[in-house]
Design a protein around this ligand. Structure first.
Ligand code: F3S
Length: 648
C-alpha cells in the first residue's frame, strides 16, 4: 500500500513505534522553533536538564509576542534569550524582526524536514512541505537536546482541492470554509494533507495561510506537497538548493476525504468569538467598524499587505475607522518600504506597527469597548484582544481593507462596484531580499553565558506521584476553555512568563479571580471541565501554573492535544469523564480517587474509581502511553528526563 506524504516524512524520522493511527510514535526532530513567551522557560529547562549544546540541525529563537518594552522585564527576557541562543547554539531573531512562523518560513523552513515548535501555529511551513508540529516547551527542550518527540500517530485526511480561486475569494476563505464545515474540534488527532488539481494554483504564502490556521481546527499539522510553486518560493527567498520534490504515493490511503472546489468559494468571515463561527461576509454587511488590522502569522506578510496597497490607491480609510498594519516580518515591511508602498498606505490613513504578534494577544491596539474590530488574524476568542466585551471578526486582507474603506463590514464584491476596484489577487515580491541584520546565527553569537535579570526565576519541580490524588473541586468550567482563559497572554501578565511564582497569581483569573488564592490555600485540588479543555496555544504555563498552585488532576470530557501533553509533562493527571458525570459534579465537591493512583498509573490501569464527597462514585479514564505514565509517576517530564539520563 502506498504512503501519504505525512507517513513518508514520519517514516523517515521514526525512532519508535509504527505508523498505526492512535498509537504513540517517537520521531527525530530536525529543527526547533521557540518564541519569547514560551522560550524563556524552554531554555531554563534546557539548563536544568544539564544540556550543553543544541543537537538538532537547527534551532531558532524568536522574540515576537511581547516586543514592546514597557519596563525592564521584557528587555531582560529578550537579553536572556539572546544569551541562551548564543550559549547553547541557536539562531536568534531580535525583537521587531517579525513573527516566528513568518521569519522561519522565509529563512529556515525546508521541505521534508521535521520542525517542532513551542507555539501552536508551528504547522505554518507545512505550506512548503515541512512536517511541523506545535508542542509544549519542555518537549522542545528535550528535542533540542537530541531526544525524540512523542506524539499519537495522527489520522491523515485528504483535503482535495479542485478548481481555482476566483475574484475576491482568497486562501483565508479556504481555511475559513474548513472551519465552517469541521469546527474548532474537527481536526483533533488529524493531519490535513492537501492534494488535488487545485493545489498548483496556490502560491506558498497562500498555502501557509491555510496550514497556519489548521491549528484552529485542532489539527496536529497540515501539509502540502512540493511542486513548481515551492521551488519558485525557495528561489525567491534565496534557498533554491533546499527544494525536494515530495508528494503522496498515487495509491496512498487516507482516513477520510474532504473536497473543496476553490472556484465556488466566496468571501467568508468568522464572527465573534470563535474562529469557527463562519458565515459569508454578505450575511453581516452593514456593521459599523471602528478598527481594522492586517497582520499576524496568518495574513501579515508582503503578499497580505499588497492587496491593501492596491485597494487603497486613490481611496482613504473611513474617518471613524482606524486601520493598522503590523507586518509579520520586518523583511516584508522593508520590501514594501523600498517600493514606496508604506508611504502610500500612510497617506491613505493607515498606521504602521513594528513587526510583532502584539495585538493578536491583546498587547497594543486594544479595540474600544463594545466596538467591532476586523482582523486578518487566526483567533478571536473572547477577551483575547485585551478587552472582555470585544467583537473581533476574522477575515482576509481584502475583506479587512474593504471594511476600512467603507467604515462598515461589506462584501468586497459590492464595494468593488461602487469604487471601481479590481480583485487584487496574489503577488509575491521578485526576491525576498531584506536585510538579515536582525538575525544572529550561532557563529555570530555575542554571549557565551546566560544573563538572568531579577524577573527570571527557577523552574519549579513536582514530587513523584504518590498513592492519592484529589481534593476540592476548586473550579468547574464549561466547554472549550482555552489556554488564554488559563493563563491570559495580555501585556500586564505575560511579563511574568519567566517568574512562575508571580505568574501563577493570574491563573484562571479570567474565569474566577479568586481561583489562584483558593487553589494555593487548599491541600491538593482538582479542576473539572467540559469538552476540548486547553484548546488554543501551546503555552505550557497553562499546566505549569496550576501545578505550582497544587492542582493534582483535571477531570474533563475531552482535552486539546498539546495541553494534555503539557499536563503529563508537569505531573497533573488528565482524566476523562462522561457528560453525565460532568453534569453531576459541582464546584466545591470533594473528589478523591479511591484506587491507589500511583500504583495504577505505573501498572497500566486505565480506569479509576472516584468518590465525590464520600457520597457517590464515578469512573474516570486515563488514556496514556507507557511513556506518559512513567512521566506522571516521576512527577513530570523534567524529573523523568533527568532520571533517564542518570540511568544511562
Ligand atoms: Fe503570534 Fe498570534 Fe500567530 S500571537 S504566533 S500572531 S497566533
Amino acid at each position: 500500500m502506498g504512503q501519504t506524504l505525512t507517513e513518508k516524512i514520519l517514516d523517515d524520522h521514526l525512532v519508535e513505534g509504527d505508523l498505526t493511527p492512535g498509537e504513540e510514535i517517537g520521531i527525530e526532530i530536525d529543527q526547533t522553533l521557540t518564541q519569547d513567551t514560551t522560550g524563556t522557560m524552554v531554555w531554563l529547562q534546557f539548563e536544568a536538564l544539564g544540556l550543553e549544546d543544541v543537537q538538532t540541525e537547527l534551532a531558532a529563537q524568536y522574540c515576537d509576542h511581547q516586543t514592546y518594552q514597557f519596563d525592564f522585564k521584557n528587555t531582560d527576557d529578550h537579553r536572556f534569550l539572546r544569551s541562551a541562543a548564543g550559549t547553547f547554539g541557536a539562531h536568534f531573531s531580535r525583537p521587531g524582526n517579525g513573527i516566528c512562523h513568518n521569519v522561519h518560513k522565509e529563512n529556515f523552513a525546508a521541505p521534508g524536514k521535521t520542525l517542532l515548535g513551542s507555539d501552536s501555529h508551528t504547522p505554518t511551513p507545512g505550506g512548503l512541505g515541512q512536517l511541523a508540529i506545535g508542542a509544549g516547551g519542555l518537549d522542545i527542550a528535550v528535542a533540542m537536546g537530541g531526544g525524540a518527540y512523542y506524539v499519537e500517530m495522527p489520522e491523515v485526511v485528504n483535503v482535495r482541492l479542485e478548481g481555482e480561486l476566483e475574484g475576491w475569494a482568497s486562501a483565508k476563505d479556504v481555511i475559513l470554509e474548513m472551519l465552517r464545515r469541521l469546527s474548532v474540534k474537527g481536526g483533533v488527532g488529524k493531519v490535513f494533507e492537501y492534494t488535488g488539481p487545485g493545489v498548483e494554483s496556490l502560491t506558498v504564502p497562500e498555502r501557509t495561510t491555510i496550514t497556519n490556521m489548521g491549528t484552529e481546527l485542532g489539527a496536529t499539522s497540515s501539509i502540502f506537497p512540493t511542486d513548481d510553486q515551492t521551488e519558485d518560493y525557495l528561489e525567491r527567498v534565496g534557498r533554491a538548493d533546499e527544494f525536494v520534490e515530495l508528494g503522496p504515493d498515487e495509491d496512498a490511503e487516507y482516513a477520510d476525504e474532504i473536497t473543496i472546489d476553490l472556484s465556488e468559494l466566496e468571501p467568508l468571515i468568522a464572527t465573534p468569538s470563535m474562529p469557527d463561527n463562519v458565515v459569508p461576509v454578505r450575511e453581516v454587511e452593514g456593521e459599523r467598524v471602528e478598527q481594522v488590522m492586517i497582520g499576524s502569522c496568518t495574513n501579515g506578510s508582503y503578499e497580505d499587505i499588497l492587496p491593501a496597497v492596491k485597494m487603497l490607491k486613490g481611496n482613504e480609510v473611513a474617518k471613524h475607522t482606524e486601520m493598522i498594519i503590523a507586518p509579520a516580518s520586518k523583511q516584508s515591511a522593508e520590501i514594501l518600504a523600498r517600493q514606496g508602498h508604506v508611504a502610500e498606505l500612510m497617506a491613505a490613513g493607515v498606521n504602521f506597527s513594528e513587526a510583532t504578534c502584539g495585538a493578536c494577544i491583546g498587547i497594543g491596539h486594544v479595540p474600544a469597548s463594545d466596538s467591532v474590530s476586523l482582523r486578518t488574524f487566526n483567533r478571536n476568542f473572547e477577551g483575547r484582544s485585551g478587552i472582555e466585551d470585544d467583537n473581533v471578526f476574522l477575515c482576509s486582507p481584502e475583506v479587512a481593507t474593504a471594511a476600512a474603506i467603507a467604515g462598515e463590514i461589506v462584501d468586497p464584491r459590492d464595494l468593488a462596484e461602487e469604487y471601481d476596484l479590481e480583485a487584487p489577487g496574489i503577488e509575491l515580491p521578485e526576491k525576498y531580499d531584506g536585510s538579515k541584520a536582525d538575525l544572529i546565527s550561532p557563529d555570530e553569537a555575542i554571549d557565551d553565558e546566560l544573563i538572568k535579570g531579577p524577573n527570571i526565576g527557577d523552574v519549579p519541580l513536582k514530587d513523584p506521584l504518590g498513592d492519592t490524588v484529589g481534593g476540592e473541586t476548586i473550579l468547574k468550567m464549561d466547554d472549550n476553555i482555552t489556554t488564554d482563559h488559563i493563563i491570559p497572554a495580555t501585556a500586564d501578565i505575560l511579563k511574568y512568563r519567566s517568574n512562575i511564582e508571580k505568574l501563577s497569581e493570574f491563573t484562571l483569573s479570567r474565569v474566577d479571580d479568586t481561583f489562584a488564592e483558593r487553589a494555593k490555600a487548599a491541600p491538593g485540588g482538582v479542576l473539572v471541565a467540559g469538552e476540548n479543555y486547553g484548546q488554543g496555544s501551546s503555552r505550557e504555563h497553562a499546566a505549569l501554573c496550576p501545578m505550582y498552585l497544587g492542582i493534582e488532576a483535571v477531570f474533563a470530557q475531552s482535552f486539546a492535544r498539546i495541553h494534555k501533553a503539557n499536563l503529563f509533562n508537569f505531573g497533573i493527571v488528565p482524566l476523562a469523564i462522561d457528560e453525565e458525570t460532568y453534569a453531576k459534579i459541582d464546584q466545591g465537591d470533594d473528589i478523591e480517587i479511591v484506587d491507589n493512583i500511583g500504583e495504577g498509573v505505573r501498572s497500566g490501569a486505565d480506569e479509576f474509581t472516584v468518590s465525590v464527597n464520600g457520597e457517590w462514585e464515578f469512573t474516570a479514564e486515563l488514556d496514556a502511553s507507557e511513556r506518559e505514565r512513567d512521566i506522571l509517576a516521576a512527577g513530570g517530564k523534567l524529573s523523568w528526563t533527568k532520571q533517564q539520563a542518570e540511568s544511562g
